[in-house]
Ligand binder design. Structure first.
Ligand code: PHE
Ligand code: FE
Length: 285
């Protein structure tokens, strides 16, 4: 239910929310934690508590473990403090940014194990639905899994892959991979199907929908299939791709994508609701 492209689909056209005037050449800003109002901290607490009670049995264990370590329930987090916690765990850091940033800077940050976090919090009218990523989505959705070593390594490789894809006409395909994994991915666990994508985990509605609604397709993750598949940015996803482990995600994305981009650029994309004849639509739980 949080529909935005973290790879900055919006950066070219629509005006971006956020104050970019003080950003440095990598789009980093100061968080100005003292500038948040009591109402904003209170809204953060309500967003956090709503998601926290939805997480058990729906989010993967690795996410819950990371979230617990971050101790972010009581107020909008100090990004510097959370960054220290993260650095000690996996060598990642957080960088405060005004909002969506150009893809080159985004990939540069990831490639150096830095995750950009938007500093502003959504308005009350956007409590259930927000079009652009805010600090709640970026922090609650993305940071917990960066405390997991395998996922953290995958995220850095994604950033390096993004820089490489820019010269190979591969960004459209690579953005689909991001969307269907880092934002909207599902994972099989010993206890059953769970969510790991940040767009799901920061959403009050999709976190249940993605697991139990009979409407969307759930298909085994396969890199080439994912890279061919269009996605929805203004509704719940019509398809979710399911991995068996973060190690699978790391392994399957390790091969050189250069020939894949060349091949996929000459193939038509698949609609978001495709189910190919050979594919199995996995059951809702
Ligand atoms: N292996 C990919 C390439 O050669 C890079 C990549 C890694 C992309 C991890 C996404 C995730 O381009
Ligand atoms: Fe995101």
């Amino acid at each position: 239910e949080e529909f935005f492209a973290s790879v900055a689909d919006k950066s070219d056209d629509a005006a971006l929310r956020g104050d970019y005037s003080r950003a440095d050449d990598q789009y980093a800003v100061q968080q100005d934690w003292d500038g948040y109002t009591p109402e904003q901290h209170e809204r953060w607490r309500r967003l956090y508590q709503r998601q926290l009670q939805l997480v058990p049995g729906r989010a993967c264990d690795e996410f819950i473990a990371g979230l617990t370590e971050l101790h972010a329930a009581d107020a909008i987090p100090h990004l510097d403090q959370a960054s220290d916690t993260l650095f000690k765990a996996t060598g990642w850091q957080l960088v405060a940014v005004p909002g969506l940033i150009p893809e080159h800077s985004f990939f540069e940050h990831l490639a150096h194990r830095r995750f950009p976090i938007t500093v502003w919090l959504r308005d009350e009218s956007e409590f259930d639905y927000i079009v652009e990523p805010d600090i709640f989505h970026d922090f609650f959705g993305h940071v917990p899994l960066l405390l997991n070593p395998v996922f953290a390594d995958h995220m850095q490789e994604y950033g390096k892959g993004g820089l490489k894809a820019m010269g190979l006409h591969g960004l459209t395909q690579l953005a689909r991979l991001y969307w269907y994994t880092i934002e909207f991915g599902l994972i099989n666990s010993a206890q059953g199907l769970r969510a790991y994508g940040a767009g799901i985990l920061s959403s009050g509605g999709e976190i249940e929908y993605c697991l139990s609604s009979p409407a969307p397709r759930r298909i085994r993750f396969e890199v080439e299939r994912v890279m061919r598949t269009l996605y929805k940015i203004d509704s719940y996803q019509e398809t979710y791709f399911v991995i068996d482990s973060f190690q699978q995600l790391l392994n399957d994305t390790t091969p050189d994508f250069t020939p894949l981009y060349a091949k996929l650029n000459s193939l038509p994309a698949l609609p978001a609701d495709s189910l190919l004849p050979v594919e199995i639509n996995l059951p809702a739980r």
